[in-house]
Ligand binder design. Structure first.
Ligand code: ADP
Length: 475
């Protein structure tokens, strides 16, 4: 298999995506900032121009309404007194659009001025148009001149205003300056932020790579309590668990090899003794072969227990059936009676009614056998083992108590660990492997139960197991 590259290629980095996202948002904001205020100001200016021009147009049309007939002379006479007209050009036509009066540079008097605004005014409605170009607002307003409800002419006023254009230009320049400052500030902020983000993500990635290479003691230290900080915390916890699992695995391998080494070494020693001593008598040979057989039994026992643990680790298919635990307790007592007798230990039973557990018969046997064997092995001559069963709500309680040597408090938390023994010599002498209780704990847990251990007040130890009760409707 090709070796995995150390640094996988990042097709489109987080940083690039963020940069594109930010750039799009900022561009949209800047376009808005550079258009909306300008358009609004322009509209306001158009409107104020419109009001001003239309007011003045109304003034002119009102004064002309009283004139008997519109001729260049009558118009001139009427308009001249209106000195306070503040417009660039005044143009007045008759009802046909013929110019009667014009203050423009190229006077149109005597010609027809049928602009859109004039035509609209001659049809009886006010008209206004304005445009902004090169800093100048050019506006036109036209109104009809009415006499006895009839249109007799039109007034069209022109105005070109550059002062407002200057104002608009200033606003535009200011907005450009603000945009530039915003762009630079965002760029600086983004660079700083993305550098910080990249640095922290790189630290996290470097940490992951080191742990991947097997450095389970490595921890990532990221400051801050944000999402990346939390990710680093979670990663550290995960690495901690990996470290524990790895340490457990190493300890297990070393303990297992150690356990296997002892019987193998004695087999080697015994066979060497038989083979190398030419004058060895038959009796000694038989004794040595018997010892070899015992060592082989021990190896078989250890490998059986290791296989049992392995099956539990692999999550074997669990059989769930109604198990009358009292029947299994009686059976185990019968089986272990010779061992108890040999150890001068009395077996007592205290079995309650209605004790069907949701478990498998074989596993209940395994639990009772391991716990009771221990209770006999680690007992004293004349001692007792008391087996109790009881139904407690939705659970069945199995209890194995003894009056034996007891377990020191500091060892109680560890006796369920694989290969852990309190009194190594006594355990080995009794054929123990240090695996029995781990098998019991894993079996109980695989059925959704719990196991605990406590010292007995009167001396000795009590192991308590809870298994779920069998219910017909249970799947
Ligand atoms: P072993 O095969 O050595 O008995 P176990 O896993 O069954 O292994 O038990 C682990 C250790 O716990 C034993 O070595 C023993 O020191 C201690 N232990 C177990 N049960 C008892 C008990 N009833 N009384 C005292 N010590 C016990």
């Amino acid at each position: 298999m090709a070796r995995q590259e150390n640094k996988p290629k990042v097709r489109r980095s987080l940083q690039t995506r963020l940069a594109i996202g930010y750039a799009a948002i900022i561009a949209a904001l800047l376009i808005l900032l550079n258009t909306y205020p300008l358009i609004t100001t322009q509209n306001l200016m158009f409107r104020s121009q419109q009001t001003a021009l239309q007011n003045q147009a109304a003034l002119v049309t009102n004064s002309l309404t009283t004139a008997d007939e519109l001729t260049p002379e009558t118009v001139e006479q009427t308009i001249t007194p209106l000195e306070d007209l503040d417009v660039q050009r005044v143009l007045i036509t008759d009802e046909a659009g013929l110019v009667l009066y014009d203050t423009g540079e190229n006077s149109q008097v005597g010609k027809y001025a049928l602009t859109r605004e004039v035509v609209s005014a001659l049809r009886g409605s006010d008209a206004f148009a304005s445009e902004y170009q090169d800093g100048v607002f050019s506006s036109r307003a036209a109104s009809p001149i009415m006499t006895r409800n009839t249109v007799v002419g039109a007034v069209c006023l022109y105005e070109a205003d550059s002062s407002q254009g200057v104002l608009l230009n200033e606003i535009q320049n200011n907005l450009r300056l603000i945009s530039l400052v915003v762009c630079l500030a965002v760029l600086a902020l983004f660079t700083a932020f993305s550098r910080m983000l990249t640095r922290r993500v790189s630290m996290l990635l470097a940490g992951i790579r080191r742990v991947r290479e097997g450095e389970y003691t490595h921890r990532v230290s990221l400051d801050g309590q944000d999402e990346l900080g939390q990710l680093a915390d979670e990663f550290n916890q995960l690495t901690g668990r990996l470290q524990t699992t790895e340490e457990e695995r190493r300890r297990f391998v070393s303990d297992a090899s150690h356990e296997l080494k002892t019987p193998l070494a004695s087999i080697r020693l015994l066979t060497d003794s038989i083979l190398q001593d030419e004058n060895i008598d038959r009796e000694t040979t038989l004794e040595f072969v018997g010892d070899i057989g015992e060592a082989a039994d021990r190896l078989i026992h250890i490998s059986q227990e290791l296989l049992a643990l392995n099956r539990l680790d692999e999550g074997r298919a669990i059989l769930r059936e109604p198990v009358e635990v009292n029947r299994e307790a009686e059976k185990t007592c019968r089986m272990l009676a010779p061992l108890a007798e040999e150890a001068q230990v009395t077996l007592e039973k205290n079995l309650g009614p209605d004790c069907a557990a949701r478990c498998s018969r074989e596993d209940v046997d395994q639990i009772f056998r391991n716990l009771m064997e221990n209770a006999i092995k680690y007992n004293v001559p004349g001692g007792k083992v008391i087996v109790t069963t009881a139904r407690e709500g939705d659970q069945i309680r199995l209890e194995v108590a003894d009056t034996g040597v007891g377990i020191p408090r500091e060892d109680m938390d560890r006796i369920f660990e694989r290969f852990y023994r309190v009194d190594k010599a006594r355990s080995r002498a009794a054929g123990g492997t240090g695996l029995g209780l781990s098998i019991v704990r894993d079996t109980v847990r695989s059925h959704g139960g719990q196991i605990s251990v406590a010292p007995r007040e009167e001396g000795g130890t009590v192991f308590t197991v809870y298994l779920p009760v069998w219910k017909e409707e249970a799947p």
